[in-house]
Unconditional design. Structure first.
Ligand SMILES: C[S@@+](CC[C@H](N)C(=O)[O-])C[C@H]1O[C@@H](n2cnc3c(N)ncnc32)[C@H](O)[C@@H]1O
Length: 181
């Protein structure tokens, strides 16, 4: 069942409205995880291009509501790219970092999403990455590393001498995948 209105008893809610309006109707400390890729103020079909300060002010209002509705120990993943004006770029994650940290969140990773598609630039290198900024509300947060481990460069490698000779020299479940994806 998919509901159009938030209710704590619903499993899936698909609300087609402004996210700010939606969030304002949500009680404090409701969500465990918030994942979003908001508009980048580029004038795409789903947004109106605004003066940068105005855009950042609107984002700040949404972020404030996200932090209010996040549970203690919850996570926010904010996927964002660059705002571009006359060939000059503004990294939006850098512009928004003070908003998240000013609301008390702690950044755990700035994950680089690298891709090969997109516009080709002639007076600068073509933009080929965006970032996913992962913040937590407090230090007692949920993070399960084991399910996302990847194979080691040399799987099954063991110490060949010393007191640990014969033991695995790396985690047999795989290695931490790192922050570029
Ligand atoms: C950068 S796109 C994200 C695209 C999406 N992550 C994907 O991969 O298809 C931004 C999305 O935010 C939506 N959006 C823009 N302003 C919004 C608002 N005020 N409330 C809710 N959604 C909004 C747009 O319709 C668009 O789907």
């Amino acid at each position: 069942m998919i509901s159009e209105r938030f209710d704590p008893g619903e499993r899936i809610v698909l609300a087609q409205e402004s996210c700010l309006k939606f969030l304002e109707g949500i009680p404090d400390s409701t969500f465990q995880l918030i994942v979003t890729s908001p508009p980048y103020n580029l004038g795409k079909e789903y947004e109106k291009r605004l003066k940068l300060e105005h855009y950042l002010g609107e984002e700040k209002a949404v972020i404030r509501e996200c932090v209010r509705t996040l549970k203690p120990g919850g996570n926010i993943c904010w996927q964002i790219g660059n705002y571009v004006e006359d060939g000059s770029i503004v990294p939006l994650d850098a512009a928004l970092f003070p908003v998240f940290s000013g609301l008390g969140l702690k950044m755990r990773n700035r994950i680089i999403w690298h891709f090969e598609h997109g516009l080709h630039c002639s007076r600068r290198f073509s933009g080929r990455y965006e970032t996913i900024c992962w913040f937590t509300k407090g230090d007692d947060y949920v993070f399960h590393l084991d399910p996302v481990r990847v194979p080691q460069k040399y799987p099954g490698k063991r110490y060949f001498k010393g007191p640990k000779a014969g033991q695995h020299s790396c985690n047999p479940l795989g290695k931490n995948p790192g922050d570029p994806r």
